[in-house]
Design a protein around this ligand. Structure first.
Ligand SMILES: Nc1ncnc2c1ncn2[C@@H]1O[C@H](COP(=O)(O)OP(=O)(O)OP(=O)(O)O)[C@@H](O)[C@H]1O
Ligand SMILES: [Mg+2]
Length: 603
């Protein structure tokens, strides 16, 4: 029973959680705590020395009787204590720093393994907070505060021994007053827990605010959202202020209250102590040592409350860290997963049903096959499920029912890394990393040769652009590729895919209209990329669609039509035919009109 009680104990659970991270340097961590024992205990030595000194020198008026080394001893003890404090600070900074490093590393490693589903639901503010403050609170902070706890408890206990040793009668008074002082503090602590929790929540919201200011900068400007954003921010600041005030209201009385209690205690002690001296029950030395110990006790006891609060905050931070550390990725390798080495025959979707959220199927019973080196164009209305279909192939999500197979093997039986190695993806909105153009392209194949890189750059029609830059391919492109145009960003992504040279290519064609010239370049780059590959392309451009070997029309998550352009056009009142006539004819008329205008000398 004791065991199970321990197992479920809040503190024990949290210690166990941290153990794997502390394990590599547990000795240093333990030592940093143990050093707190002599540091605390040595406080009492100084108080204790005052007894013989007072009795012999001050009262007895006989300096000769006092050991000559007494002052040296006091200095000596203080020096030893100082050295120990240094050692303990060093050790706890070392162990806490290592611990923090371990936790942050493991947490980042975990973040990199988590599925898109996790990121769909989490917000960046929360994650930022885990790294920015929770980790430090749970690691360096907690260890530091545990050390303080050990020091303060030992100091208090040692001084208590001095009290009892010098006068047990006075000690009783002191302990009673102490009890009265400390009792309300534990109550306050419980009230604070709620406030701290709210403070953390608002801190996360503020982080989101900062992030949005970066990522959404242009949207904020374009829609004049400054005031809206500022309003939200002001509210958070207001809330933080109010919580801070609440905290102060609940804690500010503690210090004056303690002063009061201590003054009462000291007065009572002086009164009763004087009487005890007159009665001859204690010596003056006892009394001085007692008073010194009592006053010295004030510091550790007062700090004890804060230390315990900090330790509790450390434990709460551990719990928050473990929300991340204990999240298990859902998409993992099966036990007997095998490697995929290229595509030999076909990719098939077999009665695939999928939902992002329960009971809301986004894909319903979808089946189709793409043969090697064929291209399939996915078309259909916005929100129909096209991007969802292609996200199943690299296993960003797993199917709910049915299966996706490559050469007849369920992709869930393949090693994820090898599966993804065989697929190049050009997204609708491609992410570029902070760094140079070269670095961003090289992400496609990190060990590519200069010649391979050159070819990829050329095939993506980036060579002229790069040549015009001051530092060529080594030009920094800014965070998220801010310094590039939409078409240039796409071509960087295309060059990346070129370099990867995977047999399967997924393309989510950008819907955003580029001007005709960049459009033609991007189009040509895409066509280069598609050569000799098995391609699934979400197509918006008429030329891409017409060039595809097969077309799948996706409507409301269902495969409504499937076939070649000619076959689908032959279907009277077919969905593809309607879409084509409505959108693309109009589109191409507009285009040819524009082309004519450009070509005519008057334009
Ligand atoms: N991460 C997600 N979590 C929950 N629902 C999502 C998620 N992504 C998409 N959906 C929903 O799934 C449906 C299909 O979305 P999907 O992005 O596949 O459409 P699409 O055909 O690619 O549209 P578009 O042509 O506009 O890009 C939509 O109703 C969308 O709201
Ligand atoms: Mg889409």
């Amino acid at each position: 029973m004791l065991f199970s009680a321990l197992k479920n104990n809040h503190f024990v659970v949290n210690y166990m959680r941290m153990w794997p991270y502390v394990k590599p340097f547990w000795f240093a961590a333990l030592l940093s705590l143990l050093v707190g024992i002599p540091i605390g205990a040595l406080d009492s030595a100084v108080a204790l020395f005052l007894k013989p000194y007072t009795d012999l020198v001050i009262v007895g008026n006989n300096a000769g009787q006092a050991p000559w080394y007494l002052p040296f001893l006091i200095v000596g003890f203080t020096v030893v204590q100082g050295l120990l404090i240094f050692a303990s600070s060093y050790l706890s900074a070392y162990a806490g720093g290592r611990l923090n490093k371990n936790v942050q590393y493991t947490m980042y490693e975990k973040l990199l393994t988590l599925d898109p589903e996790y990121y769909d639901k989490q917000n960046s503010g929360v994650i930022l907070m885990r790294f920015a403050s929770d980790s430090a609170t749970a690691c360096n902070g907690l260890l530091h505060n545990l050390k303080n706890l050990v020091t303060r408890v030992c100091s208090t206990l040692a001084l208590l021994c001095v009290l009892i040793y010098t006068s047990w009668q006075l000690a009783i008074i002191a302990v009673v007053i102490l009890g009265i002082t400390v009792a309300p503090l534990t109550m306050v602590r419980r009230l604070l827990k709620k406030i701290v929790k709210k403070q953390v929540e608002i801190g996360q919201k503020v982080n989101i605010n900062y992030n949005e200011t970066y990522a959404g900068n242009r949207t904020i400007l374009a829609y004049n959202l400054q005031e809206t954003q500022l309003g939200g921010f002001k509210e958070h600041l207001e809330n933080i202020f109010n919580l801070g005030m609440k905290m102060t209201k609940r804690t500010a009385w503690i210090s004056p209250f303690m002063h009061f209690a201590v003054s009462v205690g000291v007065s009572l002690t002086i009164a009763y102590g004087s009487w005890l001296i007159v009665q001859g029950d204690i010596t003056s030395g006892d009394f001085v040592a007692f008073l010194a110990a009592l006053l010295m006790m004030y510091t550790p006891i007062k700090a004890l409350g804060g230390t315990i609060t900090n330790i509790q905050q450390g434990f709460l931070a551990i719990e928050r860290l473990h929300e991340i550390l204990e999240t298990e990725p859902k998409i993992t390798d099966r036990e007997n997963a095998r490697s995929l080495d290229g595509l030999h025959s076909d990719i098939s979707f077999n009665n695939v049903t999928f939902a992002y959220t329960e009971n809301k199927p986004v894909l319903k019973n979808i089946s189709f096959t793409v043969h090697k080196n064929e291209s399939l164009a996915l078309v259909g209305n916005s929100g129909g499920g096209k991007s969802t279909i292609v996200s199943l192939l690299p296993r960003f999500y797993d199917v709910l029912e049915g299966s996706v197979t490559i050469d007849g093997t369920d992709i869930r039986d393949l090693k994820i890394k090898s599966l993804r190695e065989n697929i190049s993806v050009v997204f609708q909105d491609n992410f570029l990393f902070n760094g140079t153009l070269r670095e961003n392209i090289m992400y496609g194949k990190q060990n590519a040769s200069e010649e391979e890189l050159r070819r990829a750059v050329k095939s993506a029609y980036l060579d002229d652009f790069a040549a015009g830059l001051e530092n060529g391919l080594d030009t920094e492109i800014g965070e998220r590729g801010m310094l590039l145009s939409g078409g240039q960003k796409q071509r960087v992504a295309i060059a990346r895919a070129f370099l990867r040279n995977a047999p399967i290519l997924i393309l989510d064609e950008a819907t955003s209209a580029l001007d005709n010239k960049s459009e033609a370049i991007v189009q040509q780059a895409i066509e280069n990329l598609m050569k000799n590959k098995t391609v699934i392309i979400i197509a918006h451009r008429l030329s891409t669609i017409k060039n595809a070997d097969k077309i799948a029309f996706i409507q409301e998550g269902e495969l409504a039509e499937f076939g070649t352009h000619d076959r689908l056009m032959a279907k009277p009142n077919g969905l593809y035919k309607q879409l084509y006539e409505l959108q693309f004819k109009k589109d191409s008329r507009a285009r040819s009109a524009e082309m004519n205008k450009e070509q005519s000398p008057a334009g």
